[in-house]
Design a protein around this ligand. Sequence first.
Ligand code: APR
Length: 307
Amino acid sequence: MSKVSIIGAGFVGSTVAHWAMIAGGCQIILVDVVDGLAKGKVLDLIQAGPIAGHAIDAVGTTDMAETANSDIVIITAGVARKPGMTREDLVSINAGIVGGVVKEVIKYSPNCTIIMMTNPLDTMTYLAYKLSGFPRERVIGQAGVLDGGRMKTFIAMETGLDPENIHTTVLGGHGDEMVPLVRFSSIGGIPLSSFLTPEQIDRIIARTRDGGAEIVRYLKTGSAYYAPGASACKMAQAIAKNQHHIYPASVFLQGEYGLTDICFGVPVILGKNGVERIIELDLNDEEKAALKRSADLIRSTMAALKF
Ligand code: APR
């Protein structure tokens, strides 16, 4: 059974715990600095187990020592954005929080795989990679699963077709310049253009890019958590069960896609060693230019980091 620690028991962290307990097969440690928060949420979650029929193997705590020897650590600690804010606006406050958390994570679980969820995602993944000293295979940012899931949803809404039939690929940074790749998306293996007009596809791309902000505008006091939580849970499962599943994820690049010294969303194979392989797609000039714009936005955010 894998030990999975989730740092931050706010909306995202507690929802990851919920999805993970539904999936089963792991022991959950939920940690938050706020006294009683993780403990209270875990008590509620485990009491749901016998009712909903899911696992109850979970602990809530303020003590990072309880995370010792985790196989996977999912970091959600940090503030969420409010209406009018971009994910990039969170960089200075969340860098301080994530920096402190990473130091504790590597102290107690030197062999774990880190899944980053705190925004701005690619910059926080980069920070965790640099501070941890872990190999790049074990520091992975969650973004593309969520963005791709949103794109699937909007395609299903537009076509009326089964979402399970829909495959999407969204690469690049988890920001307004993310890159939904139409050529690498399909429905039942058939190109999107067989089902959707160019105007419909443009609309879907725009709504995918704005997917997080649309929710923030409705919620007013925070950001999304059900779909982000489900996304992190899928990635953790792929690692814990050595699934060799291809997901887009933010990883440290060393020349792939012409990029170096940046964490960036690319297709990866996830298995027991974390990132088993980075897959390089054969992109056309337009797609390459879109990825470059996305990388430029991340680099401007990274400039605010101090080590
Ligand atoms: N250790 C543990 N928990 C911490 C720490 C820390 N050092 N610092 C802050 N936290 C906790 C807060 O106490 C809070 O409970 O992180 C939690 C964050 O929860 P929310 O405010 O509900 O934010 P949430 O919606 O969960 O988003 C968290 O995920 O998707 C991203 O953009 C989002 O960066 C944000 C993060």
